[in-house]
Design a protein around this ligand. Structure first.
Ligand SMILES: *[C@@H]1O[C@H](CO)[C@@H](O)[C@H](O)[C@H]1NC(C)=O
Ligand SMILES: *[C@@H]1O[C@H](CO)[C@@H](O)[C@H](O)[C@H]1NC(C)=O
Length: 403
């Protein structure tokens, strides 16, 4: 039988709406409420801690993910400004606890490195001259931060989430100021070394902003013109149509120092053969940048992109190739051209998320082993203490139309 006092307590609790509630210790609360299910929580890449790194120079990290939501240099479908957001949302089933990469035998989130999500670079969609300047300054800033574990390398590594493909140019500029010429391994259906005159141009360019060549198809040409690239660069996954009536685009490309591995080559060489070709071309220890345009994957698996081309690689093949390159000296990387408005069921965003995960796995793993590639100190390279201050110095006197 229920006692009168108990009945009174139940009634008064219901009436007042209050609960019998005791404030518990923070550890107990953390155990109860401190973790989210995969579908819950505020979105960050792989649920990593976030920081607006650009405004806080005291932030240190060894590897960082950063969004570059810029897409006003596209030649076909716009929309990749929403790429970082979609990739982060697709990455929410990744976390520290379930982060062991079985293909690599390694958990990048539970090892020596402090890995963070530096949020997005705020880039104007209104003015490409200013946008390129903003992105260049941002990458200099992000790479000038101290690392958390300088004994594993003094310069942090970034995985940039595009954005259209043009966002690789400012990243390469900042990396070049630290390492010198960069060897780019470029996964893409397209060349992106196109000379600007391969686009329609009937108008006097002096009427424009002066950087009409800054497009998502010509930024490697610009990088090459600026002397940022080594002569050992590689494209992989090509299947684009070319200009005109012959292989002139290939000749231009070769002059810029690229070797071309086509999409169909994978039938003849298999992924292992492609990995071998790439590794043979990259000099031992050379600073490598891996740039992945999601359109290297077949549109059946990654439809949400700016310039889709049929007949591409499978997501599995791309992952195998990236894993096979995991021991190169990867100093920077990106995954670009994820455009969620054309996506279905998050397929493209998930592929993008997996690419970023493979790249950052490599960035942590290749320095966890013995014989790691430690960066020379900035003093040894004869560089000022921070590439950011050097950039600020140069850009103060610079004519921005030259950008
Ligand atoms: C960074 O650290 C310095 C020295 O401890 C401090 O004076 C400064 O306020 C810090 N800056 C920020 C943004 O926290
Ligand atoms: C970065 O590290 C150097 C060397 O340890 C130190 O002198 C400098 O103050 C650090 N910078 C910041 C912003 O903490």
């Amino acid at each position: 039988m229920v006692s009168l006092s108990a009945l009174y307590f139940v009634c008064s609790t219901l009436l007042s709406g209050s609960h019998a509630f005791e404030i518990e210790d923070v550890d107990v609360l953390n155990e109860k409420w401190g973790s989210d299910w995969n579908f819950a929580g505020i979105t960050t890449f792989a649920r990593l801690p976030t920081n607006r790194c650009l405004v806080d120079f005291n932030t240190t990290y060894d590897v960082a993910v950063v969004g570059v939501p810029f897409d006003t240099a596209v030649s076909y479908r716009p929309g990749a400004r929403f790429g970082p957001r979609a990739i982060r949302a697709a990455s929410m089933r990744q976390n520290k606890l379930r982060g062991f990469n079985a293909r690599a035998g390694f958990n990048p989130y539970q090892n020596w490195a402090h890995v963070v999500d530096c949020m997005d670079i705020s880039v104007t969609p209104m003015d490409n001259v200013l946008a390129l300047h903003q992105m260049t300054e941002a990458f200099h800033n992000l790479l000038a931060h101290n690392t958390t574990h300088p004994e594993f390398g003094k310069v942090p590594r970034l995985v940039a989430l595009g954005g259209d493909h043009s966002v690789v140019l400012p990243h390469l500029r900042a990396l070049h100021s630290i390492y010198g010429e960069i060897t780019v391994i470029h996964f893409d259906a397209h060349l992106d070394t196109w000379l600007p005159n391969k686009y329609p141009e009937g108008w006097d360019s002096s009427l424009g902003s002066g950087i009409g060549e800054f497009t998502h198809g010509s930024m490697f040409w610009m990088a090459s013109e600026e002397g940022l690239l080594s002569k050992n660069c590689i494209h992989a996954g090509l299947r684009t149509r070319l200009s005109g009536t012959d292989y002139e685009d290939y000749r231009d490309d070769k002059e810029q120092g690229f070797l071309r591995i086509t999409c169909d080559d994978i039938d003849d060489f298999k992924p292992a053969g492609i990995i071998e070709i790439i590794k043979k071309r990259v000099p031992e220890g050379a600073p490598v940048y891996i740039s992945v345009d999601i359109d290297v994957i077949d549109p059946s698996a990654a439809p949400g992109t700016g310039t889709p081309e049929v007949g591409g690689w499978s997501t599995r093949e791309l992952i195998r190739l990236l894993r096979g390159l995991g021991d190169l000296n990867l100093v920077g990387a990106d995954i670009v051209e994820v455009s969620p408005a054309y996506d279905h069921a998050e397929n493209t965003a998930m592929a993008g998320m997996q690419v970023a995960y493979e790249l950052l796995t490599s960035m942590v793993m290749n320095r966890a082993k013995e014989g790691v590639h430690l960066d020379p100190s900035r003093e040894e390279l004869g560089l000022p203490a921070s590439s950011y201050s050097e950039f600020k110095q140069v850009s103060k006197d610079e004519d921005h139309s030259e950008l």
